[in-house]
Ligand binder design. Structure first.
Ligand SMILES: [Zn+2]
Length: 215
């Protein structure tokens, strides 16, 4: 099988995505990209994440052709391909309908730097892309246009898309975005959130460079 490690990551993180409440039912989808092959591995359409095994993952090129796999690919494969075209260095894309990000997306409001946890997303504000029907090329175009050089974007009346160097990084970012969206929502419920300035967010990014265990 092609892209075995990616297939295993998608099956494993799909379970985490459902288990951690970032998606409900069969909503949301994940993919990994191999720049040398030019292929992405993407979760299958409409299959419960707890029943998705590595062999259910579909391998596609970025033009929408299935290279390997017996399942139908995620209906949002064009959305994922559009993000890899925009960010060829991205190794993974995670798309969720997580509740708080989706709430802001239904207000068509950006996700703001109300908490420093969103600093990894590469922008001081996560924009909300223009609305388009799910599963369409128009949605993929709108998402890529709004995302720009950042690593996250809200989809109007739909959900969240993030990309990262690896599946672990993209998944962690989806968790951070949902946390920040929940805090923004809670702040908006009882007052007006104070948003961190560009300078304060730059300081956070410098601090993050030294975060974690030394290898
Ligand atoms: Zn969706």
């Amino acid at each position: 099988m092609l892209m075995e490690e990616a297939r295993r990551a998608i099956a494993s993180y799909g379970r985490q995505m459902s288990g951690q409440g970032l998606s409900r039912g069969t909503s949301g989808n994940l993919s990994c990209f191999d720049p040398e092959l030019g292929y992405m591995a993407i979760s299958p359409s409409g299959l419960d994440y707890f029943s998705t095994e590595p062999e259910d993952v579909v391998i596609m090129d970025l033009d929408g052709h299935i290279v390997e796999g017996s399942r139908k690919p995620s209906s949002e494969h064009q959305l994922h391909a559009g993000i890899y075209r925009l960010h060829p260095d991205a190794g993974a894309v995670v798309h969720t309908h997580s509740v708080y990000c989706t709430t802001l997306a239904c207000l068509r409001q950006p996700l703001r730097a109300v908490h420093y946890a969103m600093a990894n997303a590469g922008a001081d504000e996560i924009p909300c892309a223009e609305y388009a029907t799910y599963g369409t090329h128009a949605l993929a175009e709108n998402a890529a246009r709004a995302m720009g050089s950042g690593k996250a974007v809200l989809l109007a009346n739909h959900g969240l898309v993030v990309c990262g160097g690896s599946m672990a990084e993209a998944f962690a970012m989806a968790v951070d975005m949902e946390f920040t969206a929940e805090i923004q929502w809670r702040c908006m419920a009882i007052g007006t959130p104070v948003v961190l300035t560009g300078e304060e967010m730059a300081d956070v990014r410098r601090q993050l460079l030294g975060y974690g265990q030394k290898q």
